[in-house]
Ligand binder design. Sequence first.
Ligand code: T4K
Length: 366
Amino acid sequence: MLMTRTPGPYRLTVTRPALPSRVTYEALIDRIWDSGWLTNNGPLERELTARLTEYLGAPHLQLVSSGTSALQVALAALECTGEVITTPYSFAATRNAVIRQGCEPVYCDIDPVSFTLDPQAIEASLTPRTSAIVITTAYGLPANFDAIQELADVHGIPTLYDHAHATGARYRGRALATYGDIGALSFHATKVFHTGEGGALISHDPELDEKISLMKANGIDGDAVPHVGFNAKMSEMHAAMGLALLPELDALIARRKACFTAYVKALADAPVRLIDPDAFGDFSWNYAYFPVVTRAGEVVERIQAALADEGIESRRYFRPSFDSVDNARPCPVARDIASRVLSLPFSPFLTEDEIAQVAAIVRRQA
Ligand code: T4K
């Protein structure tokens, strides 16, 4: 049976997108009406590129149409072939982009605290056919960037970070999304910063940036077509959303932090593992998600059912572990965490009462 997705029955959803001041947004939309320019390197896209470049301290930044297209364009720009080392613990877009590029995903296990690739597992999986390492900074948490980059540099292999969750997080004095040879960001409605649909690619090499800028627009350069590209451009309507929301981002992250702190307090005595942002040293988190790692898969099912009975949505971000989907060499840590993790409702708009209700159910069922 074909299932279409419609807004669900929940009174409290797993996330709630931030919407900017409507007056600000409409003023930007008026500019689109005045100019008649809707897409293809329009003035609002250029303005958002400049603002985000500054906000993130990005060497080079190209806006694209989604986090998924960011990954696809990046893998194509890197001309990946053969094997790509990647994480089994991510949204399907990461794995799909590798396979769409015609590459074989070689899954490595994750570190249970950062939920991201373990450098030792990467090292053990490198072969002469490895053409890239694709790492997801799950929930916007830092990876072991130094060790991974060292491995990549020694073997002359590029790193592509799926930084879909990371906008607004900072690590060791710079935006987390700037780590890696290329960073792919998602600006989907469900992200901390969004443009409705959208994304970006951050890179550190002007030639690669130029290639990405051509590849996101069908690979066309004047009358020449030097690359087999995509249409992955961001429209002016999406850029307008980003321009209106960006000035509110720091305040939204502060509200997320307050909600996170209230949740941690409310769950203090529950037998679930929470993210501890202080475990990562010089790190300022964007509080992208609120995953809890429970004792067992049955506990997740119990919590999820009890929440649903009260009209509260939760999601198993991220399950399944893709090594099991693709019948690949097993990644036991990723499989184990994927079976026990549950993302609770989280947004900057949660009330104390909502947090208390969710926490009470989790405490009862955990
Ligand atoms: N890499 C990683 C690590 C990612 O997590 C993602 C996306 C990507 C790459 C790819 O980036 P994009 O191509 O999407 O830019 C959602 C998002 O669609 C997806 O962006 C996100 N990760 C993933 C983790 O979550 P679903 O299928 O769970 O979303 P959906 O539509 O069920 O929404 C969840 C809840 O959010 C709804 O029940 C209610 C609320 N919601 C959602 C939308 C879209 C709203 O209140 N308003 C809305 O407009 O995938």
